[in-house]
Design a protein around this ligand. Sequence first.
Ligand code: NDP
Length: 296
Amino acid sequence: MTAKVIDGKVFAAKVRSQVAAHVARLAEENGITPGLAVVLVGEDPASQVYVRNKHASTIEVGMASFEHRLSAETSETDLLALIDQLNADAKVHGILVQLPLPAHLNSELVINRIDPAKDVDGFHISNVGLLGTGQKSMVPCTPLGCLMMLRDHHGKLSGLNAVVVGRSNIVGKPMAQLLLGDSCTVTIAHSRTKDLAAVCRGADILVAAVGRPEMITGEMVKPGATVIDVGINRIERDGKAKLVGDVDYASAAAVAGAITPVPGGVGPMTIACLLANTVTACCRANGLAEPEGLTA
Ligand code: NDP
């Protein structure tokens, strides 16, 4: 069997155009422009690239983008004051603090200062609790993107066996909650899991969010399963820099029914879902109908 490739670039373009259409409607019918504020502290090169991409994508769909670049020495007091200011700003519907923060800043304190209604990353403890109890929340972007692709591929996910490898707060745990919300039978595997291969082979849906290059191989995949590779790993092969996932693509694609590639799978969906969350937050803030298909 050769797996169907789930093309994240194509899917993300579709999500972005849905967001853009909704943004245009909000401007026309309600005179409202959704706004996203991104806060970057320090000069981490990877974070700078992410922030630049987020800014460009926000503008492209017609939303307002507010960038706040602060020096690496910024004090916690000043950062919290900026968040308070953004919380109070009616033009700002979504706030994202780019992680990781410099070591002297307490990430949990900073994230939990964001108004939960503007927490478009879905990391605020209130949103985590709402998601965990099956209530309406802001959903973390990467797992939301995975869920959208899975729903699109399978239609209904109810009753399927899902295995999520990785239990981080930003990917593994919310992914598992979302799959549970869609009535999958969910197993979360991690570094202490015994016989990971056997656990993975039980999965109709296998999500890899580990951060270990190509560790999930074809022998760990059930024939016909859907494999979602969240991993982004920079490696060197044959003297060249290369981006690979947590899944060994060639061997897994020979067994799976469908698979996301790296690059071009989950990655593009993350920013698309950030835009989707911002338009959703804007609609909720203004008591307007939310765009369909862009939330969990
Ligand atoms: P974390 O490092 O926070 O979590 C990794 C998880 O993998 C942990 O739960 C860890 O288990 C588990 N793990 C580590 N080694 C093994 C092993 N040998 N067997 C089974 N489980 C193992 O990573 P993140 O969740 O933040 O990210 C995961 C990957 O996804 C990374 O490659 C990251 O770059 C990528 N990513 C991609 C995004 C995108 O937009 N596409 C967005 C966010 C992340 P334990 O808890 O026991 O230590």
